[in-house]
Design a protein around this ligand. Structure first.
Ligand code: HEM
Length: 88
């Protein structure tokens, strides 16, 4: 199924770095976490640290056990197909 998802570039991902429009890269997939922000147990500012960039390292640092795939099922935007060195 993931092969049919749209591809998201680094240039596109970085544009979505605001609270009402917040995408994150997590394990190769891009999620629009805007609707989830208010429900994040770690708080909005913590999750916003990863806005428009790769959240994977921070995610693993705080809670590698969290089942993000099931939690963010409705938030999938696409699969990352870009250059991570272009991310902030
Ligand atoms: C807590 C989900 C990203 C920092 C939590 C918890 C969940 C969650 C379910 C509660 C865990 C528990 O109590 O066992 C997510 C999801 C993310 C995400 C789905 C997807 C992007 C992040 C990021 C950071 C972060 C990027 C850090 C920059 C934290 C912190 C807590 C927490 C510090 C602990 C809050 C506490 O125990 O008081 N998150 N998180 N999370 N998260 Fe996240």
């Amino acid at each position: 199924a993931s092969a049919r998802l749209p591809k998201v570039t680094a240039e596109e991902l970085v544009k979505h770095n605001k609270q009402g429009d917040c995408w994150v890269l997590l394990f190769g997939q891009v999620y629009d976490v805007s609707p989830y922000l208010d429900y994040h147990p770690g708080g909005v500012p913590e999750l916003m640290r990863a806005a428009g960039t790769d959240a994977t390292a921070l995610f693993n640092q705080y809670h590698s056990w969290v089942n993000y795939e099931s939690m963010l099922k409705a938030c999938v935007v696409g699969r990352f197909d870009g250059d991570t060195s272009k991310l902030p």
